[in-house]
Design a protein around this ligand. Structure first.
Ligand code: ATP
Ligand code: MG
Length: 392
């Protein structure tokens, strides 16, 4: 640990966006500033497609900052680095102390250099050769191997300083949140919808969540579990609003008045209508679900057609072509898996038909639900809406 240590965040797709580049970078820098607030006092600025995160005080939590940096969409790689004077001796000394442990563990190494400051008197090849030569002398047990080294030492000559670092690690990728507009995501307590939310957020979309509850059939713990999932997603998405919608009456009305084989489909049509209303109020332009083709009866092609029949908004279904195994892999990676598998009921599982229609006819479903006062039920559910603001 070196108390000069700082972070270099390299931007990805953002730099390809030409004219939008400035606004993308500005959004991203703001996001980085907000996420770093909990980790201490940092100076944060952008130069040449790199965001610099420099601790200003001793008490900065660099581990926390490093973790947070890796969860910010729009960042392609993250490196911990130490700045030093733009001088060969200073660079060599910095590498010797900062990477001493790495050198102790390595048998071979190489130096890779980058010169963004074209005023610097050596080119990148010359820098690598000079620094590599000095380091080989300083650590005689380590040999130079330019093809498959155990350790690569990176040297970057930039505007303000030179930077020394070991290999960078992958960041979260994608696009900065807020550059792709806003959507409303239907969040249940399952494995799928947190993953689908994360995938859409990664494309730069700001999210608000909608969750349907059916007390007393669903418990407070089930709702708390969903809020916890939302909380876990804030590490990537930033703070967000969770709309909680009472759904009991709608489900009871469906059970009392509609054919059992259509229970789930009619219920899902209500979810779409209500979510669309929430989205319109929020200024959002799409809905997001965790549906995956063929996963359950309500996710066959025909069932999906019946579900989306009631809304004119695009429904984004990032998991549509994924298997459960892949979904579980992502859930583990983003940290929602352990919460998702907690055993609480969801409103979807409360009145599950024994034999759901898997090839539903849209006219039949429309006719089956026509006995309900749909507009009144939707309005009443929206009146009962409550909100929770979830913060990182
Ligand atoms: P998940 O694992 O996300 O719960 P699932 O495979 O169990 O999904 P369903 O229960 O049929 O499938 O739900 C499909 C999608 O509908 C979910 O991914 C989610 O987007 C939405 N959804 C289901 N239940 C709720 C709910 N109670 N509140 C909000 N959205 C819901
Ligand atoms: Mg579910």
């Amino acid at each position: 640990m070196n108390n000069n240590e700082m972070l270099l965040l390299k931007l990805g797709e953002v730099v390809l966006k030409g004219l939008n580049r400035r606004s993308f970078e500005d959004k991203l820098v703001n996001t980085v500033r907000r996420r770093m607030k909990n980790c201490g006092s940092f100076q944060i600025y952008v130069r040449q497609s790199t965001i610099y995160v420099e601790p200003q005080k001793e008490d900065c939590d660099m581990e926390a900052a490093y973790t947070a940096a890796r969860q910010i969409f729009g960042v392609v790689t993250v490196a911990r680095a130490v700045p030093c004077e733009k001088d060969l001796n200073a660079i060599v000394e910095t590498a010797k102390t900062y990477l001493a442990d790495e050198f102790a563990a390595a048998k071979t190494f190489k130096v890779e250099s980058k010169r963004s400051d074209k005023q610097f008197h050596m080119n990148s090849i010359q820098i690598s050769q000079a620094v590599g030569g000095e380091l080989a002398e300083a650590f005689p047990h380590v040999k130079v191997d330019v093809h498959k080294p155990d350790l690569t030492v990176y040297v970057e000559i930039r505007e303000k300083a030179a930077y020394v670092h070991a290999p960078s690690v992958p960041g979260a990728g994608g696009l900065p949140v807020g550059t792709g507009g806003k959507a409303v995501s239907l969040l249940s307590g399952g494995l799928d919808s947190p993953v689908s939310s994360w995938m859409i957020a990664r494309r730069g979309v700001e999210l608000e969540m909608v969750h349907f509850v059916s007390p007393p059939y669903t418990s407070q713990q089930a709702q708390d579990k969903v809020l916890q999932l939302a909380q876990e997603l804030t590490a990537y998405c930033g703070r967000m609003l969770v709309h909680i919608i009472p759904f009991t009456k709608i489900q009871e009305e469906i059970r009392r008045n509609c054919p059992e084989e259509y229970f789930t489909l009619i219920m899902r049509r209500f979810m779409m209508r209500i979510s669309e209303a929430v989205a319109k109020k929020a200024g959002a332009h799409a809905l997001v679900t965790g549906e995956s083709l063929g996963q359950v009866a309500s996710q066959t092609m025909m069932a999906l057609g019946v579900t989306e029949d009631v809304t004119s908004m695009p429904i984004l279904r990032p998991l549509i072509g994924t298997d459960k195994v892949e979904i579980i892999r992502i859930a583990r990676q983003i940290g929602t898996y352990e919460t998702s598998i907690l055993p609480y009921e969801d409103c979807c599982t409360v009145f599950t038909p024994r034999h759901p229609a898997i090839r539903p006819n849209i006219e039949d479903v429309r006719a089956a639900e026509a006995v309900l006062d749909i507009d009144a039920l939707v309005a009443e559910a929206l009146e009962g809406e409550t909100w929770v603001r979830v913060k990182p």
